[in-house]
Design a protein around this ligand. Structure first.
Ligand SMILES: [Fe+2]
Ligand SMILES: [Fe+2]
Length: 361
């Protein structure tokens, strides 16, 4: 490694504070962008009376399944908020994220009413069956939840994007054109864009956690991947028939998970090789490490550090751009502080931003 950049050691508390401040900055950027670009309306935003009412049973089963999964938004949001309530940025984001997910449930509900022509009694019964059980957090700490959500959001986005392909008449099987439906296409594209935004937000937070607390982050990634499953499958009473429709239509399955979710997300986290992660964690567990530096060194061998540093610097650049455009840089600038992994790159990919203007009283 040529000319490593010397950086100050960061204590556990300093690492946590840097993560906290960066997440807050990202949250402010996210809300602004989502309000400007993705503030769509469920009832008025689609031509519901033109939604086809003669979709194939498998397509209707997918819609039913997506409605079911999005039905647990009160649990996804509420339990997450309670866990994250001490973090301003993360708990505020959780509420915003939950409000976007709630619209997805409303959208699929309209699809069952308009497209499936479900009588309200049937829908009320399904709601009651679904809500008989509540979703529980798959992990009890914020790092694990972030990485779980990275993989989950990308997988969800792919489900919707693949149903969009079917609605565009480009799905698998004989005569894919028979499923063409512009309203369903528009619905799927709209919420796939939301899921992509959710994925990217969690990905950015995941990178920041990896950058400031690499050893703990890698442990969390490995734990999450060891037993990853999409949410709520065990509590949706008719999940087996939904799962069959998912596999038959090819919108999601093990191959998509490994190729398009696992590999893509790991690569975007700069942690491409899962075997390296496992071996590294074993080595970390074998050496004591009071101040974290020894484990940082092992993590630096696992991660593509220059790639990660570039991505983290770009995330901060985005935050700084938002703060400069809104004046937040004057009252509450998010300062980039080099983390432990900065010692393993030859040079910083992005020069430090200009000093924020000083307020004159
Ligand atoms: Fe959603
Ligand atoms: Fe989502």
């Amino acid at each position: 490694m040529a000319n490593p950049t010397p950086v100050a050691l960061l204590s556990r508390e300093e690492r946590a504070l840097n993560i906290e401040r960066a997440v807050l900055g990202l949250y402010r950027w996210y809300v602004d962008k989502s309000q400007a670009k993705r503030n769509w309306r469920v009832d008025a935003g689609f031509d519901w009376l033109s939604l086809r009412t003669d979709h194939a049973p498998d397509v209707m089963k997918l819609i039913e399944g997506y409605y079911a999964v999005e039905q647990y938004v009160p649990d996804y949001t509420g339990k997450g908020v309670n866990m994250l309530r001490r973090s301003y940025g993360r708990s505020q984001f959780q509420l915003r994220w939950g409000s976007e997910e709630a619209k997805h449930a409303d959208l699929w509900r309209n699809a069952l009413l308009f497209g499936g022509r479900w009588p309200i009694e049937r829908l009320e019964q399904y709601d009651s069956d679904l809500r008989a059980a509540s979703w529980e957090l798959p992990w009890e700490d914020p790092f694990h939840i972030i990485f779980y959500t990275v993989f989950q959001e990308l997988a969800t986005k792919l489900n919707y994007a693949n149903l969009a392909r079917i609605a565009a008449g480009k799905g698998n099987g004989d005569d894919p054109g028979q499923h063409r439906d512009p309203v369903l296409l528009s619905m799927c594209q709209t919420i796939a864009a939301d899921e992509a935004a959710h994925y990217h937000f969690h990905l950015e937070v995941g990178r920041i956690i990896l950058y400031y607390s690499p050893a703990e982050a890698l442990e969390a990634i490995e734990d999450v991947l060891r037993e990853f499953a999409m949410p709520a499958q065990l509590i949706i009473p008719n999940w087996p028939e939904i799962q069959d429709a998912i596999l038959r239509t090819g919108v999601y399955g093990p191959r998509i998970f490994f190729q398009d979710v696992l590999q893509v997300a790991l690569s975007q986290l700069s942690a491409e090789n899962r075997k390296l992660i496992r071996d590294g964690i074993r080595r970390m567990r074998a050496v004591p490490d009071e101040n974290g530096t020894m484990h940082d060194t092992i993590a630096a061998e696992i991660l593509d550090v220059p790639h990660l540093v570039t991505d983290v610097r770009q995330a901060f650049a985005r935050i700084h751009e938002h703060e400069a455009a809104t004046g937040l840089n004057i009252v509450n600038p998010t300062i980039f502080e080099p983390g432990p992994l900065h010692a393993f790159v030859a040079r910083d990919p992005i020069p430090a931003p200009a000093e924020a203007p000083v307020i004159v009283a």
